[in-house]
Design a protein around this ligand. Structure first.
Ligand code: BES
Ligand code: ZN
Length: 454
């Protein structure tokens, strides 16, 4: 039976398993979902055991480590993925509930469908095929699947220290990224780093009547607006001193590669649905996403936002501000500069606190001259009918750099099968079933190639 025939023959059973995985509301950002993270981890552990992996669960929420011993001469793959998902809010914008998976128009809708449960599932399915076909996996595998990727991987950083030495591998494999589009396959060769912070502005010690105190009491919402407005110029450049100091200039050969992509302004206007694009002048959109750093406000709140009017001067204002980092920016250095700049531009009438919400993550890059990269390239070309183009994506997998370092710097293959239209982190997240089918097929081929089974 060919890979394709096997997938077709097992399709409904595969979908049933994926649906079961997607039903766990494994949201890592909110503490009320702790039990659900456990349950999702238990489900995964069972799946891995069923495939012949020896499994350990470490920490809370658990980092799952499964090990499969393949042929002695075959390489060892460290497969990394995450079973946690982003919060589903705003719930009212979902057409079907986020944790009741629904199939419509050859897509499966659920929080985590694309990021990252559907993509982790691709590998569970590929391993299952290989076991049935050959009676064993063609490679050794350390499967490391965590439940805190979306909140900064705190547990995994610790587990890397305590357990990482035993995870030595020849290559890291991740499916947690996206193609450029369904008909333009890509392999991700760079991700941006991330600093995520919270700015808390304290004005009066409680909400005040804005008539009795308007004109004397400082307004924290206005103070926050004043701070935020100084972070970026109208040319789209971040004004934190030294922010661009170490940023590596765009390489001519990279520019050349990206010209192969239909990545014009229209493409991003359509993807964003915004009236116009924003960002740093002098760079193409794909460069602004892949190789230039950025700064964004992820959320802000202050005062009364319920129905009708309420005349107050709020006590507090809060904003979540994040920065995406590129080679050779240093997360610690940028964080310090950002912190100091916010304190410096803050009006003296309010009390300002700037704090990190998780460990700053450095940018990530991987070489494309390894035999593993070549195998991924061939596997995708065979299944999707087109050679994948190496691209840098703007998102982050914060722990990846530390993981790679801990394993002695093996190459990493970021073979993701999402699409930019999957609505990850948004309402109505979905995964295209065609990407799922072909993703399983391409992954099977990848494992066969690097395990010498062709
Ligand atoms: N799967 C994404 C990473 C990603 C996004 C890669 C877009 C390529 C393109 C990952 O799960 C993610 O969203 N990471 C977070 C990390 C953060 C919350 C600590 C991110 O990038 O915002
Ligand atoms: Zn993800």
């Amino acid at each position: 039976m060919s890979e394709k025939e096997w997938i077709t023959a097992h399709w409904s059973a595969l979908l049933e398993d994926l649906v079961a995985f997607l039903k766990f509301p494994s949201v890592s950002a909110q503490s009320s979902y702790r039990q659900d993270l456990q349950a999702a981890a238990d489900w995964l552990a069972e799946q891995l055991r069923g495939l012949g992996f020896s499994v350990e669960k470490v920490g809370e929420p658990p980092v799952l480590h499964g090990f499969y011993k393949g042929p002695a001469s075959a390489p060892t793959v460290l497969f990394y993925g995450h079973y946690d998902v982003q919060p589903p809010e705003p719930l009212e914008l979902w057409e079907s509930p986020p944790f009741t998976p629904r199939i419509k128009d050859d897509k499966i809708y659920a929080r985590g469908a694309s990021d990252d449960k559907g993509q982790v599932f691709i590998h569970l399915a590929a391993w299952r095929y290989l076991l049935e076909r050959y009676g064993e996996l063609p490679v050794s595998i350390h499967a490391v699947i965590e439940g805190e990727e979306e909140t900064g991987s705190q547990t995994l950083y610790g587990v890397l220290e305590s357990h990482g030495a035993a995870w030595k591998s020849d290559v890291i494999l991740v499916s947690d990224t996206a193609f450029f589009s369904a008909d333009v396959p890509t392999l991700t060769v760079g991700l941006r780093g991330l600093i995520y912070s919270e700015i808390i502005v304290q004005g009066p010690q409680r909400d005040l009547h804005s008539g009795s105190f308007g004109g004397v009491a400082p307004n924290p919402a206005l103070a926050l607006a004043e701070i935020l407005s100084q972070l970026k110029g109208s040319d789209g450049r971040v004004k934190v001193p030294g922010f661009y100091e170490r940023v590596r200039p765009v390489r001519a050969e990279e520019r050349g590669l990206w010209r192969q992509l239909p990545a014009n302004e229209q493409h991003y206007l359509q993807l964003t649905g915004a009236p116009a694009l924003a960002g740093e002048v002098g760079f193409a959109p794909i460069e602004r996403i892949g190789i230039r750093p950025s700064l964004d406000v992820n959320g802000m709140v202050s005062g009364y936002i319920g129905e009708g009017a309420k005349t107050i001067i709020p006590a507090q204002a809060l904003a979540k501000v994040s920065m995406r980092l590129v080679p050779e920016q240093d997360p610690a250095e940028v964080w310090q500069a950002f912190h100091d700049f916010v304190m410096q531009v803050a009006p003296p009438s309010v009390k300002v606190e700037v704090r990190l919400l998780h460990e700053p993550a450095p940018p990530f890059e991987t070489p494309i001259d390894s035999r593993y990269y070549q195998a991924a390239e061939e596997a995708i070309a065979e299944v999707f009918g087109r050679r994948p183009i190496p691209v840098r994506e703007g998102g982050s997998i914060p722990v990846l750099s530390a993981l790679q370092k801990r394993l002695g710097n093996p190459p990493a293959i970021l073979m993701g099968f999402g699409l930019p239209t999957d609505a990850v982190h948004s309402p109505n997240e979905h995964f295209h079933l065609e990407q799922l089918r072909k993703g399983i097929e391409a992954s099977i081929r990848f494992y066969k190639k690097i395990g010498g089974r062709n």
